[in-house]
Design a protein around this ligand. Structure first.
Ligand code: DQA
Length: 145
């Protein structure tokens, strides 16, 4: 069964209570449950994680390659806009990495308009709340298996 890593960055553990007018009312656990159901229907396994630490995201991207994952969904949160280390890691692992955001950073502050993740991502799904993850998982199933 194909394996997809789903990696979440800083402050996403607070989803549900964090700025709900921007990020919605679903918690990260709700999103994991939704995605687990979808993965089952698609015949996939997901490994769903969250960390507040940039280097841990780098470690997990490298681990995804070693574990034989077919693709990664990555919501790097604020590190999307700052992290050359994540860009380098995505290039280093040569796996399809799909960038995910609940909000649409392009419609927000200027500092969110740059995406280091996007410079190497296989696709970007943003602005659809929790459904951004569902769209990205469908894309991974169609494009990466
Ligand atoms: C986010 C968008 C980022 O700009 C922000 O820093 C986040 C969440 C999103 O999912 O909409 O923490 O990645």
């Amino acid at each position: 069964m194909a394996l997809i890593y789903v990696l979440n960055g800083p402050n996403l553990n607070l989803l549900g209570t964090r700025e709900p007018e921007i990020y919605g009312h679903q918690s990260l656990i709700d999103i994991e449950a939704m995605l687990t159901e979808q993965a089952k229907a698609l015949g996939l396994t997901i490994d769903f994680r969250q960390t507040n630490h940039e280097g841990v995201l780098v470690d997990w991207l490298q681990e995804a390659k070693r574990a034989g994952a077919a693709a990664v969904l990555l919501n790097a949160a604020a590190y999307t806009h700052t992290s050359v280390a994540l860009l380098d890691a995505i290039k280093a692992i040569s796996l399809p990495v799909f960038e995910v955001h609940l909000s649409d950073p392009m419609q927000r502050e200027d500092f969110r308009h740059i995406s280091y993740v996007g410079m190497a991502a296989a696709g970007v799904f943003a602005g659809h709340g929790a459904q951004s993850y569902a769209l990205a998982l469908d894309a991974a199933a169609r494009l990466a298996l």
